[in-house]
Design a protein around this ligand. Sequence first.
Ligand SMILES: NC(=O)c1ccc[n+]([C@@H]2O[C@H](COP(=O)([O-])OP(=O)(O)OC[C@H]3O[C@@H](n4cnc5c(N)ncnc54)[C@H](O)[C@@H]3O)[C@@H](O)[C@H]2O)c1
Length: 288
Amino acid sequence: MDELQGRVAVITGGASGMGLAFAHRFAAAGMKVVLGDIEEPALDAAVAGLREGGAEVLGVRCDVSDADSVHALAAATEEAFGAAHVICLNAGVAGSGALHEQSLADWQWILGVNLMGVAHGISAFLPGLIERDEGHVVVTASVAGHTAYPGLGIYSATKHAASVIAETLYNELTSSGSKVGATALCPGFVDTGIFDSARNRPEHLTDTLPDLDTDEDRATREAFLEMIASEALKPDAVADLVHDAILDGTFWVFTDDRHVENITNRHAEIAGRRNPTEARAITEDALD
Ligand SMILES: NC(=O)c1ccc[n+]([C@@H]2O[C@H](COP(=O)([O-])OP(=O)(O)OC[C@H]3O[C@@H](n4cnc5c(N)ncnc54)[C@H](O)[C@@H]3O)[C@@H](O)[C@H]2O)c1
């Protein structure tokens, strides 16, 4: 896209973290913003904060794991501001634990938000963008969409999927000569609420398995969270990268080089038909 001023951005998971930072960045560029989010108090606060800054903003309570809810978000956008231009499929949740310790509810919750949320967003918004032949889709994947860290299996499965959905979309758009753009955002560590994702876990998908964490696991997690608070990138910096990628048509957006070595090693192992060597959890890797 050449111009964002006066255009409309829709951001799922827009009430906090990176999504909220996108909203502030887009509003500063003169866009109208629509936030879709499941967490109502955070959504209300986000809308109030943006309005205070003079933004034209709409907040819609939306559960991205529910197709009807995402289609209702599209309808509310159209009614309030007309056609949407920038669609950020960003809502996400994270959970961790070895695959044999995960419940089916874990799978259903994380896949429902991170994978079906993207599918629902594409189904609700992409046909309009293609028909009008303008706009940009940003899919928030992760470095977890390029790696296979132990303990992050379900989350990584959804982020590999998000990343390849975005890449397929980019290939389809370019091969058909469409003016619609696409970006895969692959953040490393960003200081957001993602590490407290269970706050939005629905009751019908409550985890029923016992907590198998040892004291050592808990201490590692605490040290990891301290590292995130002090060292991880702030969401505003990611929002600047996303803003620029939309304007200059950049597809891959990585936020730092921290995981490059693991990603490069994995690609080399696949190309050389060698067995995987990424044997450490992401939390241990981060604390080096
Ligand atoms: N923070 C990181 O280090 C990091 C790294 C890589 C990728 N990501 C991805 O970034 C995206 C944004 O997360 P964040 O880090 O800003 O965390 P965050 O928790 O601050 O924001 C996520 C938002 O998604 C919303 N959400 C959760 N479930 C939802 C649902 N069912 N429907 C609608 N909204 C829902 C939450 O209420 C929240 O506002 C996610 O897709 C996450 O997987 C984060």
